[in-house]
Design a protein around this ligand. Structure first.
Ligand code: TA6
Length: 303
């Protein structure tokens, strides 16, 4: 069924003429998505409270990726390959996907948007693999936000390709010193602050007192981000994405980023559903799916 038949979507010309799509749910929650990067820049609950962080220094000027929201890191996470940091999907213009192949049935009153990115001649020069990347963004009846990615190898050269991936979600938090991440206890992680050396998480939960930039490996499918000051818990459920990246730049790195306020590190944390340690390989005609579901409750839950 086509996007236009199914969902009451609003198209808005935004900063610098960039187009964004607004999804609204009858109870009041909403999501905003830029076609530039298929980038979710806003997710609000039924009371209109913003749940994602966007930098006040963001200028929405391609080819710079948007700082905040949910950047899509594809086909490369970080600098783990020859491409620009986090790949190119986050700074390409995506198109509406009018006739996507069906996905497993959803609850009927969900609002969703289907976007597509195909490799262009220019992209093939820097990453010589033909692909079709379909992204469905769904706002559930309770205000839950689901992102489902389907990547297909459309190459005719008979060759497989390999990629790494992350939904680089920036959650909005009241004060980073009041935040705890649960679900990563006892797991191994690669520490980006220490040359990606491998460590084992020792704490009962992860708290923040300095820069954190870690790739937790083979994590459970459910992770909780608790904001003690707000008495709010974000729940991340993921599928097809074994790893989880946790990032807060802290003060020094925050000051070094032109598109990030000096004190904004206090009000964000990235917890990213990812496939990093074991890159995904697709043979011609094969498809990969990676799904993240975000929900929020206004109390402190156990993960
Ligand atoms: O996901 C964490 C990370 O890879 C960090 O190392 C940090 O550099 C961050 O992403 C932001 O990357 P960006 O390219 O958006 O500046």
């Amino acid at each position: 069924m086509s996007t236009s038949e199914r969902t009451p979507l609003e198209f808005v010309k935004s900063v610098n003429g960039l187009e964004k799509v607004v999804l609204r749910e009858i109870h009041g929650s909403s999501v905003e998505v830029y076609l530039y990067g298929a980038h979710v820049t806003s997710w609000k609950n039924e009371h209109g409270e913003e749940l994602l962080f966007i930098s006040s220094k963001e200028i929405f000027k391609p080819p710079k990726p948007i700082r905040g929201g949910i950047p899509i890191c594809f086909p490369q996470f970080s600098n783990l390959g020859p491409l620009e940091l986090h790949g190119f999907a986050r700074n390409r213009l995506w198109a509406l996907d009018d006739d996507p192949p069906p996905l497993p049935p959803d609850v009927t009153n969900k609002v969703f948007l289907d976007l597509i990115l195909r490799s262009t001649t220019e992209d093939l020069k820097i990453w010589p693999h033909s692909f079709e990347y379909r992204l469905r963004i769904t706002l559930g009846p309770g205000g839950d936000l689901m992102l489902t990615s389907r990547v297909r190898n459309t190459g005719t050269d008979g060759k497989p390709f390999t990629f790494t991936f992350a939904y680089h979600t920036y959650f909005s938090v009241s004060d980073i010193s009041e935040v705890r991440v649960e679900g990563l206890e006892t797991l191994d992680y690669l520490d980006n602050c220490q040359k990606r050396e491998r460590f084992t998480e020792q704490g009962d939960s992860l708290t923040f007192e300095s820069e954190v930039d870690r790739i937790y490996l083979s994590t459970p499918t459910k992770i909780a981000v608790m904001d003690h000051e707000k008495k709010r818990t974000f729940l991340i459920r993921k599928d097809g994405l074994p790893d989880a990246v946790v990032w807060n730049p802290w003060d020094k790195k925050a000051k070094a980023m032109a598109d990030f306020g000096d004190d904004e590190y206090k009000h964000m944390v990235c917890v990213e559903a990812a496939a990093v340690e074991k890159p995904i390989t697709l043979k011609p005609g094969e498809e990969w799916r990676g799904r993240q579901e975000l929900s929020v409750v206004n109390k402190l839950l156990d993960s």
